[in-house]
Design a protein around this ligand. Structure first.
Ligand code: NAD
Length: 251
C-alpha cells in the first residue's frame, strides 16, 4: 500500500485527490499540507515542517497541486525525507523549473501539466496531425475556471511545445490590432469563466478543410485519478525524472 501525502490539500485539486484516494485500495492519503490547516475527508492537513511530517507519517510519495512557490521547498523536503514527488502544479518560470528538476538527481520525480489520459492521447494525435498536414494554419485555444491564475494553461504550453517540436511556429497570444496573420504564427487564446474544468483545442486549417482536435475534462477527478496512478507507479523507483506517458503506457 503506497502512502501518499498531498500538498495544496485544501485546494480544488488537493481535496479531489484526497477524496479520490479514499476509493482506492492500492494507496492511502495519510497527510495533507496547506497554509489552510484542518482536515479533508478525515485526512489531517498540517502546515508544520514538511520534511519532519513526511518521516512521521512514513510517506512514500507526495502529490502536489499547489503553487510554484510551495512546490520548490516541498521538493527539498522530499529529498530530505527520501520521498517520491508527483507534481501537477503549473506556472513555473524557467529557474523554478530548473530547481525542481534538480531534485530528480536524488528522488523519483514525475511532473505533468495534465494528468488526464485523454490529453496524453491528444498530444500524440497533435504531433501526428502537425507532421502530416504541413502548411496548414494552426490555432490553439484553452478555457478554464475563473480561479485559474496562470495563462495560458500548462497544458496549452505543453501542446505548443509538441507543435513546435514538429514545426517552427511563433506563438501570438490573444491576437489584437491590425495586421495580417503570418504564415509561421500560431494564435494562442486563454478564456477564464465559471467553473470550466479544462478545455483545449487545436485547429489545423488549410486546403479547403479544418481539422479540430479537442479535449475537455468533465470533472477534476480525471486529473486526481491520473496523479494517483502516477504516484502508485512512482513508488519505489530509482531517482530520476519520469513522464506521465510512461504511466499511461504501463512501462
Ligand atoms: P487552488 O488555488 O484551488 O489550490 C491551491 C492550494 O495550494 C490552496 O489550497 C493553497 O492554500 C495551497 N497553498 C498555497 N501556498 C501553499 C504552501 N506554501 N504550502 C502548501 N499549500 C499551499 O488551485 P487548484 O485549482 O487546486 O490548482 C492547483 C495547481 O494545480 C495549479 O497550478 C493548477 O494549474 C494545477 N492543475 C494541474 C492539473 C494537472 O493535471 N497537472 C490539473 C488541475 C490543476
Amino acid at each position: 500500500m503506497t502512502r501518499i501525502a498531498v500538498n495544496g490539500a485544501a485546494g480544488r485539486m488537493g481535496q479531489t485527490v484526497i477524496e479520490t484516494a479514499a476509493d482506492r485500495d492500492d494507496l492511502a492519503a495519510v497527510v495533507g499540507f496547506d497554509v489552510e490547516t484542518g482536515e479533508v475527508d478525515g485526512v489531517p492537513v498540517v502546515a508544520e515542517d514538511v520534511a519532519d511530517a513526511l518521516a512521521e507519517y512514513d510517506v512514500d510519495v507526495v502529490v502536489d497541486f499547489s503553487v510554484p512557490a510551495s512546490t520548490l521547498p516541498l521538493a527539498a523536503a522530499c529529498v530530505e525525507a527520501d520521498a517520491g514527488l508527483v507534481v501537477g502544479t503549473t506556472g513555473f518560470d524557467e529557474d523554478g523549473m530548473e530547481d525542481l528538476v534538480a531534485a530528480s538527481t536524488s528522488i523519483p520525480l514525475l511532473k505533468a501539466t495534465n494528468f488526464s489520459r485523454g490529453i496524453q492521447v491528444l498530444q500524440r494525435t497533435v504531433r501526428e496531425a502537425v507532421r502530416a498536414l504541413d502548411g496548414y494554419d494552426l490555432e490553439l485555444m484553452e478555457s478554464h475556471h475563473n480561479g485559474k491564475v496562470d495563462a495560458p494553461s500548462g497544458t496549452a504550453k505543453t501542446l505548443l511545445e509538441v507543435v513546435q517540436s514538429e514545426r517552427d511556429v511563433e506563438p501570438v497570444y490573444g491576437r489584437e490590432g491590425h495586421a495580417p496573420r503570418a504564415e509561421d504564427e500560431i494564435g494562442v487564446f486563454a478564456r477564464r469563466a465559471g467553473d470550466i474544468r479544462g478545455e483545449h483545442e487545436l485547429i489545423l486549417a488549410g486546403n479547403d478543410e479544418v481539422v479540430s482536435l479537442s479535449h475537455h475534462a468533465e470533472d477534476r477527478a480525471v486529473f486526481a485519478a491520473g496523479a494517483l496512478d502516477a504516484a502508485a507507479w512512482l513508488a519505489g523507483r530509482d531517482a530520476g525524472q519520469y513522464d506521465f506517458g510512461e504511466v499511461v503506457d504501463g512501462a
